[in-house]
Ligand binder design. Structure first.
Ligand SMILES: [Zn+2]
Length: 406
């Protein structure tokens, strides 16, 4: 099977994960795909193949040199986003893309147009794998899986390329933020690893947000409105005062690059009680801590006016910036840089405005930067993947394997 044959086969599996399931994997269909991959790895002659009850599939490509070489890993996730169905994915290949609109679905008038997605024009002349306009594509992250497996097959077929022991790992439930939770880092047994889960060619990521949630509960005092003078405290109005204490412009819609924010993600309220749900994000750890402090400070300000216990803030850290775990091992970034250059790719270092499985793995003791997988417009019907990008990502995996042993 070629890289593209593999990719097209993998996207035919519906592996959508589910936020509300509470079990691992969150959907049984991910296990079906994991079992398929296991049998493929068996047929290809991989060693130390294991699939645990949580749907984590590991395998080994043994070293072909006696030289002491660190064991490294490549990781991709099997699930697709809960945002859009992944059932019945029917991809089509647009050969030699000419820069015009691509009609994905005639009857529903779904068009992939460079007017809305100018990044299409970066791929003029290439061959694009697109959807039928009714599902996502699933390049996130089946492109990563196809690239990793095909790269390992390439190494098997090219024994002149010397490499150390290489582990591959495929996990469920990345899209619901749980891909790393049950990842057995010790069993994986690598000095470091790379997730193949980025977008555009050249992307290399080893910084992400520090993240916390803040639940702000405002207590009111309800009294019959006809007799409420100087008695009633309307928690919704007090919550509004709290919201107004937050700085203007420090919201997702007003920030980019390394700017952090407070993001109000939900309100429920009545006179008696209002709950504001925030998420707090910042790449800088000190600024992140200061943002959390600010939430407490603003609550205290309101309480001064309305009495203690009017506003309570419950802060919960969610994940941290992997940069602090990568900095002591920067050679793993240097290797990725060099591998990209040797594969004819210009590295583009970008700070992730979100989290990754790699960040959590880094804090579990497996430093794990993220590398492009080549797909674009993830999580929706406009997702597409240039074949040439997938091929480059595959070669980056080969080159990294080679460079680690050089
Ligand atoms: Zn992904």
């Amino acid at each position: 099977m070629t890289l593209i044959e593999r990719f097209l086969k993998y996207v035919s599996f519906d592996t959508q994960s589910d936020d509300n399931s509470g079990v691992t994997p969150s959907t049984p269909k991910q296990m079906v795909f994991a079992q398929y991959l296991r049998s493929e790895l068996e047929q290809l002659g991989f060693e130390e193949i294991s699939l645990d009850e949580n749907g984590y599939l590991f395998a080994t490509l043994p070293a072909n040199t006696d030289k002491p070489v660190p064991t490294i890993g490549f990781i991709a996730h099997m699930d697709t986003s809960p945002d859009m169905t992944g059932a019945g994915v029917t991809p089509r290949i647009v050969y030699g893309y000419d820069g015009s609109d691509i009609v994905l679905c005639e009857e529903e008038n779904v068009v992939l147009s460079p007017n809305r997605f100018p990044e299409l024009l970066d791929h003029k002349g290439e061959d694009l794998i697109v959807t039928n306009g009714k599902t996502l594509l699933g390049a996130d992250d089946k492109a990563g899986i196809a690239e990793i497996i095909t790269a390992m097959v390439y190494l098997k077929e090219h024994p002149e390329i010397k490499h150390g022991k290489i582990r591959v790992g495929f996990n469920p439930d990345e899209e619901i933020g749980l891909g790393a939770h049950k990842f057995d880092v010790e069993k994986f047994g690598c000095e470091w690893a790379y997730t193949m889960d980025g977008g555009e060619v050249g992307e290399l990521e080893f910084e992400n947000f520090n993240a916390a949630s803040a639940k702000v509960v405002v207590k009111g005092r309800n009294v019959h409105p006809g007799y409420a003078k100087n008695k009633m405290i309307n928690s919704m109005c007090v919550a509004n005062q709290f919201m107004n204490l937050l700085p203007d412009g420090e919201t997702p819609q007003c920030t980019e690059n390394y700017e952090g924010f407070y993001h109000l993600v939900g309100i429920t309220g009545e006179v008696e009680q209002t709950t504001l749900s925030y998420i707090i994000r910042d790449h800088d750890r000190a600024k992140f801590e200061a943002r959390k402090e600010n939430m407490l400070k603003w609550a205290a300000e309101i309480n001064k006016k309305y009495g203690e216990e009017t506003v309570t803030v419950e802060l919960k850290d969610q994940y941290y910036n992997m940069r602090e775990k990568i900095e002591p091992v920067m050679h793993i970034i240097d290797i990725a840089f060099k591998a990209m250059e040797e594969a004819g790719v210009t590295p583009k270092v970008k700070a992730i405005r979100g989290g990754t499985d790699g960040a959590q793995l880094s804090f579990k003791g497996l430093p794990c930067p993220n590398i492009f997988a080549g797909g674009l417009n993830f999580h929706g019907r406009y997702e597409f993947a240039p074949i040439q990008s997938l091929e480059k990502a595959m070669m980056v995996v080969v080159k990294i394997s080679e460079l680690v042993a050089r």
